[in-house]
Write a protein that binds this ligand. Structure first.
Ligand code: SF4
Ligand code: SF4
Length: 111
C-alpha cells in the first residue's frame, strides 16, 4: 500500500477494556506482553471546563499496522474490529482524517 495508515481513537467512547491490545498480540502471534498497540492511561485533560481522565490505545509500529490494513478485506485493522465500543479505527490515513473531522469530539489521532 502506498498510502500511510492512521489510527483514530474516540476518547469519549474508549472504556480501556484492552480487547484491541489483546487482538493485536494474537493476530501477530506475539509473546504475551508484546503488542503493537498498547492501551494506556492518558494524562488528565480539561474538556468543556471539566477535568477528565481518558484511556487510549497507542500504536507503536505503524508499519506493521499498514501490513494488517493492507491484508484486511475491508481495509481496517483487525484490532479495530473487536472494539465493542466502536472507539477505534485503523485504516488508510485519508479515511481516518475524514472520520476525525466528522467525529467532532475529543479524540486521539496517530499518523
Ligand atoms: S479502543 Fe475499544 S477495544 Fe480498545 S481499549 Fe478502548 S474500548 Fe477497548
Ligand atoms: S493494525 Fe496495528 S495495532 Fe492493529 S492488529 Fe495490526 S499491527 Fe496490531
Amino acid at each position: 500500500m502506498s498510502e500511510k495508515v492512521g489510527v483514530l481513537v474516540d476518547l469519549e467512547m474508549c472504556v480501556g477494556c484492552y480487547a484491541c491490545q489483546s487482538a493485536c498480540t494474537m493476530k501477530n502471534q506475539l509473546p504475551v506482553g508484546k503488542t503493537y498497540l498498547r492501551v494506556v492511561n492518558c494524562k488528565p485533560e480539561r474538556v468543556d471546563g471539566k477535568l477528565k481522565m481518558f484511556m487510549s490505545p497507542v500504536p507503536n509500529n505503524l508499519e506493521r499496522c499498514a501490513e494488517c490494513v493492507d491484508a484486511a478485506e475491508d481495509g481496517r485493522g483487525p484490532c479495530a474490529k473487536v472494539c465493542l465500543a466502536s472507539a477505534l479505527d485503523i485504516a488508510p490515513a485519508s479515511k481516518i482524517l475524514a472520520e476525525a473531522e466528522l467525529l467532532g469530539r475529543h479524540c486521539a489521532l496517530y499518523l
